[in-house]
Design a protein around this ligand. Structure first.
Ligand SMILES: NC(=O)c1ccc[n+]([C@@H]2O[C@H](COP(=O)([O-])OP(=O)(O)OC[C@H]3O[C@@H](n4cnc5c(N)ncnc54)[C@H](OP(=O)(O)O)[C@@H]3O)[C@@H](O)[C@H]2O)c1
Length: 310
């Protein structure tokens, strides 16, 4: 506990006094590109703005073409960078990986893709005990969060990191729930634990590659069904800024927001059985709220229609 609190203080001081930057991944000669999946909204959109502001050209991928087109236009005009986009449902298309890499290789030369951010991720539609999720829903979460992300990592390191061409950065979006096994979101939580393990292991494999897994609690986005911000629900732009500021931290798994980091320390000091039973109570409340919200928006899947929280 004392060690964790000291690490927390050091992190906050470093973020303020000597923030990290993207400069070490950008060459003076040649083009500098970054790839961001799930870029048209939420965290990915915040990151797209932050990276473009730093002068990186962007390859952005997500589902909705109109949102990508609008974002590409906005970034190009505002930051004078090149932006190429691909509209693709990575959960629904069995050829998603090949389509992604055909797009990337058509647009960018090896050595020019300096940063890859595997941000796209799926959550359970509604928090519930594992047996209540459909096989499809569970499969989708594992396929995107674990399968697609792993394949993106392997393709990036195989084809896009020539030796002796400077430093590269790989960012995988984890979650605080990957560090704290979370009932009612068991599969999502386990998939994010996988991201943390994958990122930590790969970080020791390539000398010219920095690897980061970010593990926030809540960022206000379509996934969290809110755009309101406070200490717990931070804005995507704020989070993106913290991502860049924390790039000089030594840790692979990084929680760059002070409140989230402190909350994590607090929760991880509780006895596991107590933390789990408190989480179940919170999740039952969340479940009702989410069902009501999705119903209001006309987006509730049929299996939850008659659901009463257990
Ligand atoms: N928000 C949080 O509180 C939070 C906390 C911890 C970790 N994370 C992780 O951070 C990442 C981003 O989270 P977020 O909250 O920003 O996510 P989000 O709001 O659900 O998604 C934002 C972006 O992902 C795209 N996307 C979603 N499903 C897709 C699919 N099947 N194929 C292609 N693109 C897809 C969306 O495209 P469209 O706009 O076209 O639909 C949008 O651009 C995820 O990995 C998530 O697990 C989030």
């Amino acid at each position: 506990m004392i060690v964790e609190l000291l690490q927390f203080v050091l992190m906050v001081v470093r973020l303020r006094i000597c923030p990290g930057s993207l400069k070490k991944y950008m060459r003076k000669d040649g083009e500098n590109w970054a790839l961001i999946t799930g870029a048209s909204d939420g965290i990915g959109k915040g990151i797209s703005h932050r990276f473009a502001k730093a002068g990186l050209n962007l390859l952005i991928i997500s589902r909705t073409e109109s949102k990508l087109e609008a974002l590409a236009k906005e970034l190009t005009e505002k930051y004078k960078v090149k932006v190429e986009y691909l509209a693709l449902d990575v959960a629904g298309n069995p050829k998603a990986l090949d389509i992604t890499w055909d797009f990337i290789t058509a647009k960018v030369q090896p050595g020019d893709l300096r940063i890859a951010m595997n941000n796209v991720g799926m959550n359970m539609d509604v928090p519930a005990p594992i047996g209540q999720h459909t096989d499809d829903e569970i499969d989708r979460v594992i396929r995107v969060n674990c399968g697609y992300t792993t394949n993106m990592v392997t393709r990036f390191v195989r084809s896009y990191i020539p030796p002796k061409t400077g430093r590269y950065l790989l960012i995988n979006m984890g979650s605080a729930l990957g560090r704290l096994p979370t009932p009612y979101l068991a599969v999502y939580s386990a998939s994010k634990a996988y991201i943390n393990a994958l990122s930590t292991a790969v970080s020791a494999e390539y000398p010219n590659l920095d690897v980061k897994a970010f593990t926030p609690f809540y960022v206000a986005s379509p996934m969290t069904l809110t755009s309101r911000t406070n200490n717990m629900f931070i804005s995507p732009r704020h989070f993106a800024d913290l991502v860049v500021r924390s790039l000089n931290q030594k840790t692979v798994i990084t929680n760059p927001h002070w409140y989230h980091a402190l909350y994590h320390i607090m929760l991880s000091t509780l006895p596991e059985s107590l933390r789990l039973s408190v989480t179940v109570k919170q999740m039952k409340v969340q479940q009702k709220k989410i069902i009501r919200k999705l119903k209001r928006d006309g987006r509730l899947a049929p299996q939850w229609e008659e659901k009463k929280s257990e």
